[in-house]
Design a protein around this ligand. Structure first.
Ligand code: MG
Length: 294
């Protein structure tokens, strides 16, 4: 599976950390002895949590983007602290989304917007596109938008097999202007969900997939640069590296390969669990965060 080989950065970050640690330890024997002590502590923790081998996690969940991997781990730790959703709130956010013709049995891909498909620039001069946002107050705001490389191609390709929904924690007045750039004829993106559809847990906006009342979770994937956004359905989540302005970014190409492979599976969560191992990371989060520091 190409995505398993190239992956998003989640799958490879720790290898880089491992190399950095190795480099440091060669330079510093004190650090080496400390690291050995730390590794013993980690191994003990892993043993007590019934995970076979910490090195397996390290080598299988790896790659380049140290900062991203750190953010992912912090998100996973944060998720552990989130309290359950109040059912009254969940019911108040719920929507029934009509299927388009020919998509009655299609699986559903839910894309985040900011830092997944686009980046909103504070300074419009830095942006490819300048847009005007009309705020509910009657005021207008000018902001800059950059579109992630391959965003439109990714959505277009996947829309041939999947129902596409964009679910953003941003406001509708902003998101609709941006989505009209990505999909001006409303052909690719079937539905748009906004901040008002997120559950608000102590000020944090979370995309609880249960708000969509007429989709089965075994057929739903959510792609988001912030893992805490899919906190309540971790196995439905596909984490992706946050994007700001890297014109050479190819994550959406990799993502297209991976997502294309899911459409005939009985339950997408099985593949996600095996590929991204978020539950495994979550189960060992404190050990991983301790390892990350050194
Ligand atoms: Mg985002």
């Amino acid at each position: 599976m190409p995505y398993k080989q190239t992956s998003i950065q989640v799958r490879r970050s720790v290898r880089i950390l491992d190399k950095q640690i190795t480099r440091r330890t060669l330079k510093n024997s004190r650090a080496q002895s400390f690291l050995e002590k730390k590794n013993k502590q980690i191994s003990a923790k892993i043993t007590t949590t019934s995970v076979p081998n910490f090195n397996d996690i390290v080598t299988q969940v790896s790659h380049v983007n140290k900062e991203y991997f750190s953010q992912l781990l912090l998100s996973l730790r944060f998720i552990k602290t989130i309290k359950p959703v109040d059912h009254m709130q969940l019911a108040s956010k719920s929507v029934h989304l009509k299927r388009r013709i020919l998509y009655e049995n299609a699986k559903t891909l839910i894309f985040d917007l900011d830092e997944t498909l686009v980046h909103c620039c504070e300074n419009p001069k830095d942006a490819e596109r300048i847009i005007n946002i009309h705020l509910p107050t009657g005021e207008s705001l000018e902001v800059g938008i950059n579109i992630r490389p391959y965003a439109i191609e990714c959505l277009t390709t996947l829309s041939k097999k999947y129902e596409i929904i964009v679910f953003t924690a941003s406001h509708k007045c902003y998101a609709d202007v941006v989505l009209d750039i990505l999909d001006p004829n409303h052909e690719i993106i079937h539905h748009r969900l906004y901040r008002e559809n997120c559950v608000n847990i102590d000020g944090v906006f979370i995309k609880d997939l249960r708000v969509i009342t007429n989709r089965c979770l075994e057929n739903v994937v959510i792609i988001d640069n912030s893992a805490y956004c899919f906190a309540y359905q971790l196995d439905n989540g596909v984490p992706i590296v946050s994007w700001n302005d890297d014109k050479n970014d190819t994550e959406l190409v990799n993502l297209t390969h991976y997502l294309s492979s899911l459409c005939f599976l009985k339950d997408v969560r099985v593949s996600n669990r095996d590929t991204f191992r978020l539950a495994l990371l979550s189960d060992n989060i404190e050990a991983l965060l301790a390892y990350r520091r050194y």
